[in-house]
Ligand binder design. Structure first.
Ligand code: ADP
Ligand code: MG
Length: 258
């Protein structure tokens, strides 16, 4: 498999990149793929909080500074590999993110997918990360600011060699003032891969530090990550649903309780 390093980008912050990256990584790993997720948001690293650990002693920062080996900073969440970044702001000094490709090289060979969770924006840092990606997913909320940031950043993406798979539209409520999938596609000229509804379950799952696909496994938002994983792998990946799960899902859709 050649297309395996996937960057998760956004124009605007807080749209759900780390949430999408974490849940997608868990689904891919659950389906038997060898997956590593890397926290490339060195100035505001949050990946640890989405899993049940934080304050890891060694991080990507030490590897980029030449003070540790990549194998020293791979933490396990079941069969998923997580490479966290430091929470200490002083540890971002003197770090060159362009070294990421070199330090990851050996590890990439052993994995099916490497997901890179990035800092928001299409500035220098994002560009460096884009350089090492085979494919990119853009996460956005359906509002004017986030969509404008994508339109602004699109030329930068087009100039890089990365293949943009499309947009994950997140925190969708379906309210009239939101851009619809069709409008987002027309404005950005990119396909919307999936729409993830706004759900307080994401906030609960973050507070408990369990990715939503494990915390609220048989829910509509969870199924959206299976859809995304199926799109990426070109394989059918879905959770086992019994008849009562299906009825519950249908009712939650009808009653708009997601
Ligand atoms: N679909 C959603 N519905 C409700 N809250 C969400 C959803 N997706 C993410 N969130 C919440 O939004 C906040 C920002 O998400 P995060 O993934 O950290 O964004 P980013 O990485 O883009 O900064 C978190 O509190 C997260 O739990
Ligand atoms: Mg983030």
């Amino acid at each position: 498999m050649s297309k395996k390093i996937i960057g998760i980008f956004s124009g605007k912050g807080g749209v759900g990149k780390t949430t999408v990256a974490s849940n997608l990584a868990v689904v891919l790993a659950k389906s038997g793929k060898k997956v590593t997720i890397v926290d490339c948001n060195l100035t505001a690293s949050h990946l640890n909080f989405h899993f049940n650990f934080h304050l890891t002693p060694l991080t990507l920062n030490q590897v980029l500074k030449g003070e540790a080996e990549i194998e020293d900073v791979i933490y396990k969440f079941e069969n998923l590999n997580i490479i966290p970044a430091s929470l200490d702001p002083y540890e971002t000094m003197g770090i060159d993110i362009s070294k990421l490709s070199k330090v990851l090289k050996r590890h990439v060979k052993s994995q099916d997918y490497i997901l890179l969770d990035t800092a928001p924006g299409f500035g220098k840092e994002a560009l460096e990360i884009m350089e090492i990606c085979d494919e990119a997913i853009i996460v956005s909320t359906p509002d004017i600011q986030a969509i404008t940031d994508i339109i602004r950043g699109k030329r930068i993406l087009e100039d890089s060699s990365v293949k943009v798979l499309g947009i994950v539209l997140n925190k969708v409520t379906g309210k009239k003032f939101e851009f619809t999938k069709k409008e987002v596609e027309a404005l950005t000229d990119l396909p919307v891969l999936t729409e993830i509804p706004f759900s307080y379950k994401f906030l609960e799952s973050l507070a408990l530090r369990i990715p939503l696909v494990l915390y609220h496994e048989k829910s509509l938002p969870s199924l959206k990550f299976y859809k995304l994983a199926s799109h990426i792998t070109q394989e059918k990946i879905f959770p086992k649903l019994g008849i009562s799960d299906k009825i519950k899902l249908l009712l939650s859709l009808k009653l708009k309780r997601i």
